[in-house]
Ligand binder design. Structure first.
Ligand SMILES: [Zn+2]
Ligand SMILES: [Zn+2]
Length: 374
């Protein structure tokens, strides 16, 4: 079948993206779903900083590729062997497919699934399928999703069935922003009731972490960024304190507020100085969690001696350490009960044609979550 899709053919194009147009809207061809795969009509897809990192070359991927990894839609056709999804079901995509049988999946670490990671790196679906074409040319899948398109073929293992009463433009947010941000705090960071939490980098994922820290019972939620508007947003969303991390005495400010350093610092800015700042703001024995993804060549300047002598912990968190099919329905129920107001992350609803302008807005820091309605 044919579908309109946003295709990336060249990384590192100049800005503004509204002029260089790194994503071209093309008619691609989709093969029918293979064994274990599902054809989904995409109804909403969010613009995430990780898409931007592929556009600007920080996170290189094979090209040409249909980008987009935060999406929700409706099942149109199921391939052979898919017995637990039906036509008409509503689904949220996960950008880390989990095979269910590797050592990581069996030990509850689905985000680390080995075949899933290999498929994502290669730009094909779990199981090896490549279902996207443009004429004679094969087009790569973006981490098992390729959500910036009217339709997508995905592995069943990339999909979670959801409550059909949830609007698609809200549902999409659960695939990346909510899982990554909330999970970094409550899963990987193991937040305990009454702790102090610092969140560094207030994009969609960071602000989801602010919501997660509030929902998870932190006594203090200190939000830090270099952008004054984002600090205002964090305050409005319930952060107890905001800090401009560009201030010379920013570390001292956090220590003063938290009484010597936070229990848990989380970092989502994706640059080394932000992670170093987060680490310095923890108390002795404190934990730092990062979900930022800087360029693979970036290295940190952190003192191993302080890690040892002060028993500090530094942890990475991918997909918030979640098992999506378990955790997404739980977070959706919290949203529906008014306890995880993730709709507040949404600042723009746009069309597929406006995608380049949307990424320019994201690059300028003038948007939190923008969702394409499809
Ligand atoms: Zn993302
Ligand atoms: Zn696995």
């Amino acid at each position: 079948m044919k579908a309109r899709a946003a295709v990336l053919r060249e990384m590192q194009k100049s800005r503004p993206y509204g002029e260089s147009r790194p994503l071209s809207i093309e008619e691609v061809t989709l093969d029918p779903p293979g064994r274990g795969e599902v054809l989904v009509r995409i109804r909403a897809a969010g613009l995430c900083h990780s898409d931007l990192s592929t556009i600007n070359g920080n996170r290189p991927r094979p090209l040409p590729m249909v980008l987009g990894h935060e999406a929700a839609g409706e099942v149109v056709e199921v391939g052979e062997g898919v017995e637990d999804l039906e036509v008409g079901d509503h689904v949220v995509f996960s950008f880390a497919p989990n095979c269910g049988t590797c050592a990581f999946c069996l030990s509850g670490e689905a985000a680390l699934c080995q075949p899933g990671a290999a498929a994502n790196a290669a730009g094909h679906l779990l199981g090896g399928g490549m279902r996207l074409h443009h004429g004679e040319e094969t087009v790569y899948h973006h981490i098992g999703v390729s959500g910036f398109a009217e339709y997508a073929v995905a592995s069943r293992r990339s999909l979670t069935r959801i409550d059909p009463s949830l609007p698609f433009h809200i549902a999409a947010l659960f695939g990346c922003a909510v899982l990554t941000g909330v999970g970094a705090v409550v899963h990987t960071g193991e937040l305990k009731l009454g702790q102090s939490v610092l969140v560094v980098g207030l994009g969609g994922v960071g602000l989801a972490a602010v919501l997660g820290a509030i929902g998870g019972g932190a006594r203090q939620v200190i939000a830090a960024d270099i952008d004054a508007d984002k600090l205002e947003t964090a305050k409005a969303m319930g952060a107890t304190h905001v800090i401009n991390s560009g201030d010379e005495d920013a570390i001292e400010q956090v220590r003063a507020i938290s009484g010597g350093g936070v229990d848990l610092a989380t970092e989502f800015a994706g640059v080394a100085p932000a992670l170093e700042f987060a680490f310095e703001c923890t108390r002795r024995g404190g934990t730092t969690v990062t979900s930022g993804l800087p360029h693979p060549d970036v290295r940190l300047a952190i003192s191993p001696t302080r890690m040892v002598a002060e028993q500090r912990t530094l942890k990475g968190s991918y997909l918030g350490g979640h098992v999506p099919s378990l955790d997404v329905p739980g977070y959706i129920a919290l949203y529906q009960a008014g306890r995880l107001p993730v709709d507040r992350l949404l600042t723009h609803r746009i069309t597929l044609e406006d995608i380049n302008e949307g990424f320019e807005r994201l690059a300028q820091g003038r948007a939190i979550r923008q969702v394409i309605d499809l």
